[in-house]
Ligand binder design. Structure first.
Ligand SMILES: Nc1ncnc2c1ncn2[C@@H]1O[C@H](COP(=O)(O)OP(=O)(O)O)[C@@H](O)[C@H]1O
Ligand SMILES: [Mg+2]
Length: 265
């Protein structure tokens, strides 16, 4: 039987004059790689922050690993790992020190810490750099370290908000290898946002949101069939009237310098 590890119920976030997330309801199955797609400003980050208990919903709620995000935030936090857009590593510490600190925060049993750190560093190919200061790391290495850190307490669900944005194609490919490995070996559920359509093809199922509302949900082949489209890009354009990579801050002639900086992080 399919078990729902994430159950979202009428989740809503209102800001003055704006409904950022508008009555979302859907479920994520245990062990799947679930893609959460939408154009810039659709409400992806707001949704993922509410699910991760960092932001309180205006209405509605969600159950994660059986725990309610509003009423049982501590149990939810123990059930999840997070890799968010804003990097949160301590640059003054080594890779290993960052992981030890996280293990303490999450009460990883003391006798387990060394073994787990070794395992996650191995997985993201950073074992030989563990004693280097994080500030000497490239963007891709930092992202890999954040993924390693997100896994250290063996979360049931790993939330990734645009984990590959701004990375070169090789690093993006590697990160996808880790994601698939995690899923195969540890049956961790992955909930990720992306605006790379080709990455959405790697997900078992995807939800497409626009203006805070769910507009489609299904596996990539199902969605292509349903919308008689030859690609997910086409599905996306039919549903939202625009391309997913519009307005994403990708540097282009005349684009703002801020967008450029955002992408280079
Ligand atoms: N703290 C905030 N106050 C007001 N509006 C916000 C706030 N955070 C996000 N928004 C708005 O909510 C909408 C959804 O934002 P976000 O969830 O970041 O979208 P996405 O991650 O899909 O690009 C956007 O219109 C954004 O400007
Ligand atoms: Mg976002």
């Amino acid at each position: 039987m399919m078990e729902n590890i994430v159950q979202v119920q009428e989740l809503t976030k209102e800001y003055p004059g704006l409904v950022a997330v508008d009555g979302l309801s859907f479920a994520v199955h245990r062990g799947e790689v679930f893609g959460f797609l939408g154009p810039n400003g659709a409400g992806k980050s707001t949704t993922i922050k509410m699910l991760a208990t960092l932001l309180r919903p205006t209405r509605g709620t969600a159950l994660i690993n059986g725990y309610d995000i509003v009423r049982q935030p501590n149990q939810v936090r123990q059930s999840i790992g997070m890799v968010f857009q804003d990097p949160s590593l301590d640059e003054r510490l080594t890779a290993r020190e960052n992981l030890v600190f996280h293990a303490m925060l999450y009460n990883v049993p003391r006798r387990e810490v060394n073994r787990r750190i070794a395992a996650v560093l191995e997985m993201v190919d950073l074992a030989d750099r563990q004693d280097h200061l994080v500030r000497t790391f490239s963007g891709g290495m930092k992202r890999r370290l954040e993924i390693a850190r997100g896994l250290l307490h063996y979360p049931a669900v790993l939330f990734l908000d645009e984990p590959t944005v701004g990375l070169d194609p090789q690093t993006r490919h590697r990160i996808w290898q880790y994601i698939h490995e995690l899923q195969r070996q540890h049956s961790i559920t992955i909930f990720m946002t992306t605006h790379y359509m080709e990455e959405a093809e790697n997900c078992q199922r995807i939800a497409i949101i626009d203006h805070g509302r769910l507009v489609a949900l299904g596996s990539p082949p199902q969605l292509k069939e349903q919308y008689r489209a030859s690609s997910l890009d086409e599905v996306f354009i039919q549903l939202t009237g625009r391309e997913i990579r519009e307005e994403t801050g990708r540097p282009r002639p005349g684009s703002s310098p801020r967008g450029h900086l955002r992408r280079r992080r």
